[in-house]
Design a binder for this molecule. Structure first.
Ligand code: NDP
Ligand code: X2W
Length: 346
């Protein structure tokens, strides 16, 4: 721990990618955190937003902080005098920056996909780049808070946060797979719709108001399929992502075949056991809708069982919170051995 920690009393954190959709949500959450103080906000060296007050980017932050966006021109210098960094940056940028901060003993919480897959050979295929630091993949701890190995997490310096669709999908499927309640001879089919904020803040014609409809994309090719499969222990899935004309949230509707004898009561018991100790997964009686979770740090799960041996599970999250920023804070709390809901006012 740096000496200055004792002077400030709180751990000091920087957010890289602070003007992005995930970055501003992180800042909003961390400004309420009792143990962590955000001391610096970074954008790229050439960013048009460098020098701006953060409330020029996100009016909800007006009056909450005087921090300005700084260009990340010297990452080594940025790593001085902080204990924690959040990388809310593109995958390739995170892959390049993480070792700079690790070298200075800063704990890295990476919101990108740069460290989510164990096999470096998968990066060119699914992410379109050669991994700059494949040696770090085995050190990274994939922190889906409800399933992470806490002992490993507490020792980790590189914490890789799950993707948004993989969060909604794994929280729905994992308890049933672990309990042997699914017949995996039929791969679970994940149909998921995301709001447009999932694509980030940068302007793109395909995300413009008049262009967005309701459409499937990335069928059989989306990078979240290998992430879901790897972290479900190698279970193949069919993943059908969709883009919808709304700002935030993901609704995943998942169809799977039940194992012989798996009934509603057993499924309820398994979900109850999996999440009773976890504040941010709510198992619902009915099927959740997006409005139940938008602007909230929860994953809501509901299901229906057919009399023909199938289950449909509906899993809803806010992609920017349980799918990104609040999940990062939850994982940070666990890393710091704090209760997972420290700093949350819900
Ligand atoms: N949006 C979502 O729903 C989710 C996003 N994520 C992941 O989180 C990360 C951030 O996503 P999101 O917030 O949507 O992205 P945005 O495009 O909204 O934000 C990206 C941020 O990174 C900054 N940035 C770009 N290049 C650099 C650089 N070289 N150095 C420092 N800062 C840089 C941008 O500012 P500028 O360009 O002005 O420099 C901006 O602040 C991504 O890896 C994404 O995959 C994870 C889960 C969900
Ligand atoms: C609607 C949309 O475009 N969504 C993004 C996924 C969200 C995201 O940022 O991906 P990570 O969770 O891997 O970081 C996509 O499909 O690429």
């Amino acid at each position: 721990m740096h000496d200055d920690y004792y002077r400030y009393k709180k751990l000091r954190a920087a957010i890289v990618g602070a003007s992005g959709y995930a970055g501003t949500e992180l800042l909003r959450l961390l400004l309420d955190h009792p143990e962590v103080k955000v001391t610096a906000l970074y954008v790229s060296e050439q960013s048009v937003d460098a020098g701006k007050q953060i409330d020029e980017i996100d009016g909800r932050l007006c009056g909450r902080t005087d921090l300005k966006l700084q260009p990340l021109s010297d990452p080594e210098a940025a790593a001085e005098n902080i204990e924690i960094v959040f990388l809310a940056t593109e995958h390739e940028v995170s892959a390049r920056l993480a070792p700079v901060f690790l070298e200075k003993c800063v704990k890295v919480f990476d919101l990108s996909g740069a460290f989510r897959l164990a096999d470096p050979k998968l990066y060119p295929k699914h992410y379109g780049f050669e991994h700059a630091h494949p040696e770090l993949l085995e050190d990274a701890v994939y922190a889906l808070p409800e399933y992470v190995d806490e002992a490993r997490l507490r020792e980790a310096n590189l914490i890789s946060l799950p993707g948004c669709y993989p969060t909604a999908s794994q929280l729905a499927l994992r308890p049933l797979i672990d309990a042997g309640l699914l017949d995996l001879s039929m791969p679970p089919v994940i149909d998921a719709v995301s709001g447009v904020s999932g694509a980030g803040r940068k302007a793109k014609l395909s995300n413009a108001f008049c262009e967005v409809s309701l459409s499937a994309y990335g069928i059989f090719t989306h990078r979240h399929r290998p992430e879901i499969e790897e972290h479900l222990g190698g279970v193949p899935v069919i993943f059908n992502p969709h883009l919808g004309a709304f700002k935030r949230g993901i609704l995943a509707t998942i169809t799977a075949k039940l194992a012989p004898g798996a009934d509603e009561e057993a499924i309820e018991r398994v979900y109850e056991r999996a999440y009773t100790e976890h504040a941010f997964v709510r198992v619902r009686q009915g099927l959740p809708k997006l409005d139940d979770v938008v602007n909230q740090p929860y994953c809501d799960i509901g299901f229906k069982v057919s009399d023909t041996g199938y289950i449909v599970i509906v899993s809803a999250i806010d992609n920017l919170l349980k799918g990104a920023a609040s999940q990062a804070v939850q994982a940070m709390n666990m890393r710091l051995e704090l209760p997972e809901d420290t700093g949350f006012s819900v």
